[in-house]
Each structure stands twice: as C-alpha cells, then as structure tokens.
Design a protein around this ligand. Sequence first.
Ligand code: CU
Ligand code: CU
Length: 236
Amino acid sequence: APGVFFPAWTYNGRVPGPTIRATEGDRVRINFINASGHPHTIHFHGIHSAAMDGVPGQGEIFSGETFVYDFIAEPFGTHHYHCHSVPLTQHIHRGLYGAFIVDPKQGRPEANEMVLVMNGFDTNFDGENEIYAVNTVGFAYMVEPIQIERGRLQRAHVINLTEFDPINSIHLHANFFNLYRTGTSLEPDEFTDTISMAQAERHMIEFTYDEPGHFMFHAHQTEFVELGWISAFQVS
Ligand code: CU
Ligand code: CU
C-alpha cells in the first residue's frame, strides 16, 4: 500500500508466490530450497501421498536444506499451496502462499485468465490486518484498473488466503458471474454477483462485460474495502 512496507517471507521473492500450473495427470516436481533462517514447507492442496504433504515431520525443510515435492497433479481445479510450519498464522500471513491451477485434460473454452489472491497484512503485528488486497498491494487496481476487452470471456481464479479473518468475499459491479466451486467441475454451480469464502476456499468465476466502462469489484465487507481491497476493471 502507498507508504507501507512489510517484511514479508516469500517463495521466490514475491507475494503471492509463483502461480504453478499443470494439467491433471501431469507429474509435478518442485525443487524447494530453504534459503531462509526458519524451517518451512510447501503444503499443496490436492491429492498426494503423506510423504509429499509438506507438514512438520514429513516434508518440512530446515534452513539451508533442499527437498523435491513430487506428485501427480489431481484433481483439476483452482487450488493453492502454502507453508505449513508453525506458528501457522505467521508462516501464512507473512506471504508464504500461491496459486496452484490444475487444468482439466479436455481443456476449457478460450478466455482471458487472471489469478486474484485475496490477502491481508498485519503490519503492526497485533494479530489483525491493517491492509487488505487482491494480489498484495492495497488499492493497486483502483490506481491502475485491470484492462479487459468487452465481449471476451474472463476467467478469474479467486483464492482466499487472508489470515486472521475467517471470511472474505468478492462482489462484481454491474454484472453476474458463473461460479465453479473449487474449479472442480466443467459446469457452473451458481450464477451470482457476490460470494463469501472462508480461509483456503477458492473458486473459479467466469464473466463477460458487454459494454465499455469502469467497473469496480471488491470485498463486500466494507471494512476490507476501506483498508485496500477494492479494485476495478476498465472495459474497452
Ligand atoms: Cu514457513
Ligand atoms: Cu491449506
């Protein structure tokens, strides 16, 4: 956020970490190098063996050590990964998470795609967030709206990795979207304009804007809006 800096813990120097994308059935190998001073893991949401679960005792990597997470990508859907070392609130809210997208074998219709990771930052370490955002920087997409084309299908992978608040939400202005819960089906579950999501819930949403203009999207908790989680599309 403007003028606010936060000592993040990161995968590859960024928050969220890199988006990892595969097709269902692909073999995925992640080379994990712990160059930090704390133990960390990568805990993937998906189906895999206990040895690849990335929790303390199985796949927790100590400072200076390396590990290869090796598994088959399944099921298809909008997933995520995060550190599972303790204390968990610290390892997650400091930035150790990212999107893990698994595409269905048969593919999906052509679309403009985006990843929206809902997150928050406790910048004074009092156990509550001072900043909320999608993709880390509060108000960023109000300053520079996401440019989209009218009439073109938009597909957003929306992932809630907000720590300290049990619920986050997303609302699109002047439009409705098809909701694919957890992205694990080819047919939409619901047609709506607002969804609430608990921590770690994630959904795929699809929508099209037919007219040009400036359209907001944001959390529907107004406290989160005022603290940064408000964004916009510029449709042209
Ligand atoms: Cu960690
Ligand atoms: Cu999790």
